[in-house]
Design a protein around this ligand. Structure first.
Ligand code: IDP
Ligand code: MG
Length: 152
């Protein structure tokens, strides 16, 4: 495995329901490190870019409307195999299909209000992180990585 970076979003429903702390806490308890974090409201252009792979699908317009409807929290999360690991913590897209213990199974009811976004691969992580963060938004957690994560 390798140290990876992934984009995690606490979507507007998570902010509105006061679940940002709960979500961040689950990521931190797994040992993942925050290396960038921003509270922001997305405009339509950036939302359509972020969800570009879904353009043309029946739920696309509603998804863009929802993700731009209020503030969200964007994070870059770092750790060993963090891309798949975060997807595992988040759970399947439809909360009814998500594994018990995952964020979506424990805290969400419907696919359209499933609280969290997590990049689904290396390429999308890189592409998506560039939509939300610039180089100087990132901090180094090298010391923590070595202390807590690396197996010697
Ligand atoms: P993911 O968030 O688990 O990666 P994607 O298939 O990439 O799932 O879809 C992006 C987001 O679009 C989902 O998190 C969900 O909020 C929304 N979405 C996906 N499929 C549907 C659908 O069939 N109806 C309504 N919303 C959907
Ligand atoms: Mg996706």
């Amino acid at each position: 495995m390798a140290i990876e970076r992934t984009l995690i979003l606490c979507k507007p429903d998570a902010v509105s329901r006061g679940l940002v702390g709960e979500i961040v806490s689950r990521l931190e308890r797994r040992g993942y490190l925050l290396v960038a974090m921003k509270l922001m409201q997305l405009d339509g252009e950036r939302a359509r870019k972020h969800y570009g792979e879904h353009a043309g699908k029946p739920f696309f317009d509603g998804l863009v409307e929802f993700i731009t409807s209020g503030p969200l929290v964007a994070m870059c999360v770092e750790g060993e195999g963090a891309i798949d690991g975060c997807r595992q913590l988040i759970g399947a897209t439809n909360p009814l299909a998500a594994a018990p213990g995952s964020i979506r199974a424990d805290l969400a009811q419907t696919i359209g209000r499933n609280l969290v976004h997590g990049s689904d691969g290396k390429e999308s992580a890189e592409r998506e992180l560039a939509i939300f963060f610039r180089d100087n938004d990132y901090v180094s957690r090298r010391h923590d990585l070595e202390r807590w994560i690396y197996e010697k």
